[in-house]
Design a protein around this ligand. Structure first.
Ligand code: BES
Ligand code: MN
Ligand code: ZN
Length: 501
């Protein structure tokens, strides 16, 4: 996991071994600071190597010079940051992720955060860079019994980010590190196999947040039955594994004791076979990731608690396993949800909305939230609409939706707003009950969102369909792929920018 990278901050100085990383723009000119440190021999080695490799200083490109003349370091890595005009837009998190593999398998690396000009080299930029490196270093290998190379298996790289004011950078890093830890937790949960991470085990892992001061409540099937969450229980009734709902409370807005906390709700289908409406075999193993919404909520609560966010937030997750069985629910069944509204089951594979219907209603009734944001790997149709670039966003509140779009642009966890409306709502009216759980082939992500809307009342609400972004993700600068931990940084930023006192 991320313990293969040890991150620290120090004042700039040249290392006597390992890797030295410096930055350069597309003019290939170093600031006088960096040029002085490197000295004439290393500068000469750089210009020869740059010419030989046609290195142009393009953003995120790197030139690696082994055994550089005039330096004690074993490797000099020169990282491009592109054109002066583009430099102020640098995404330091991505940059840190992109640089990490260039550092190579060395025991130590010093990153000289000293330019070039037109570049932010402040504490925030340095801490963001470190966050990117931390996220890129993540690997899920706990089930690999044979490591590639025994020497490399336990190789830890000490990464020193060298900045003018290390104390200031360290302070920001404390906050970023907490967010990074939340992302790592979300990734771990999504990556875990479904025989290990079933609802009870998921709940047990959520309970670990108590160490950070989060109040965690686990509701078992008996309690859920008493409360009346029959839609959620119907999904889990075909499984040998019991269902759970977990409520996580972080009270960080000390003193005020908010009567309307922020609520985050996650779909936690630990495995989705489809149930009686069973899915085809090909790729079904991916459905271990159908709890990515819940994983994000746990990761977010960990981030908020870890950085002691000044906010009152509640995370609620519905944990079930959707299996075919003699006791499983059937197409044609009619279930009564916690809200009292009845649902005709058309397709047992449209199970996520049944889980969320009860948890959203419960959150609304119990907590009177300032807003609710739910995350769910809800529909394959959102992949058809948006691919893996954006999560689908549905909302009854323009302000909240605009805020999410804004933090999406900043964090790179993009959301794209999709429509809602009465014509779509009609598509889920049922002949036999108040509504049916599918709306036909057209607009599948929208009718799923309309279904959820029937359970949020007047509460400002956003639904994020993360089926395309939170699992099966392609590799990126900050992720080696599959479980991206999508949404933790987005929602942490939403809270930080708009809701902290
Ligand atoms: N968990 C799936 C959606 C999904 C698909 C997530 C692909 C990640 C990748 C969800 O429960 C589901 O099966 N949805 C159905 C709904 C349909 C039956 C109306 C779907 O998308 O086909
Ligand atoms: Mn399903
Ligand atoms: Zn599902």
């Amino acid at each position: 996991m991320s313990d293969r990278l040890k991150i620290s901050f120090a004042a700039p100085s040249l290392p006597s071994s390992g890797t030295l990383v410096v930055f350069v723009g597309d003019d290939l000119a170093f600031t006088s600071h960096v040029a002085d440190r490197l000295g004439p021999a290393a500068l000469e080695a750089f210009s020869r190597a740059a010419a030989a490799e046609r290195f142009r200083g393009k953003a995120k490109s790197a030139l690696v010079i082994a055994a550089p003349a005039g330096l004690e370091a074993d490797r000099l890595v020169v990282v491009g940051v592109g054109k002066a005009a583009d430099r102020e837009k640098t995404d330091y998190v991505s940059l840190g992720g992109a640089v990490l593999p260039k550092i190579g398998r060395t025991r130590s690396a010093v990153v000289l955060f000293e330019g070039p000009a037109e570049w932010r080299i402040d504490a925030e930029a340095a801490a963001d860079f470190a966050l990117g490196a931390m996220l890129r270093a993540y690997a899920f290998d706990r089930y690999k019994t044979k490591k590639k190379d025994e020497d490399e298996a336990d190789l830890t790289t000490a990464l020193v980010v060298a900045v003018e004011d290390p104390a200031a950078a360290k302070k920001v890093w404390k906050l970023r590190e907490a967010v990074g830890a939340g992302v790592v937790t979300a990734r771990d949960l999504v990556n875990e196999p479904p025989n290990v991470l079933f609802p009870e085990e998921f709940a047990r892992r959520a309970e670990e947040l108590t160490e950070l001061g989060v109040e965690v409540e686990v509701l078992d099937e008996k309690q859920l039955g008493k409360i009346g969450m029959r839609a959620l229980l119907a999904v889990g009734q075909g499984s040998r594994r019991e269902s759970r709902v977990v409520v996580m409370r972080w009270n960080g807005a000390k003193g005020k004791k908010s009567a309307s906390p922020l609520c985050f709700v996650g779909k936690g289908v630990c495995f989705d076979t489809g149930g009686i409406s069973i899915k085809p075999a090909g790729g079904m193993e991916d459905m271990k990731g159908d709890m990515a919404g819940a994983a994000c909520v746990v990761g977010l609560m960990k981030a908020l608690a870890g950085r002691k966010a000044k906010v009152d937030a509640v995370g609620l997750i519905g944990l079930v396993e959707n299996m075919p069985d003699g006791n499983a629910q059937r197409p044609g069944d009619i279930v009564t949800s916690l809200s009292g509204q009845t649902i005709e089951i058309i397709n047992t594979d449209a199970e996520g909305r049944l889980v969320l219907a009860d948890v959203l209603w419960y959150a609304k009734e119990r907590f009177n939230p300032a807003f609710m944001v739910d995350l769910a790997t809800l529909t394959g149709a959102i992949l058809v609409a948006l691919g893996q670039e954006h999560a689908g966003m549905f909302s009854n509140d323009d302000t909240l939706a605009e805020r999410l779009s804004a933090v999406g642009a900043v964090t790179g966890e993009g959301v794209w707003r999709m429509p809602l409306g009465p014509a779509y709502d009609k598509m889920i009216d049922s002949k036999f009950a108040d509504m049916k759980n599918t709306g036909g082939r057209h607009g599948g992500s929208i009718t799923a969102a309309q279904f959820l809307k029937r359970y949020v009342g007047e509460t400002p609400w956003v639904h994020l369909d993360v089926a395309g972004t939170a699992m099966g993700s392609p590799a990126s600068d900050i992720s080696q792929g599959w479980a991206s931990g999508w949404g933790v940084r987005l929602l942490d930023r939403l809270v930080a920018d708009y809701y902290e006192s």
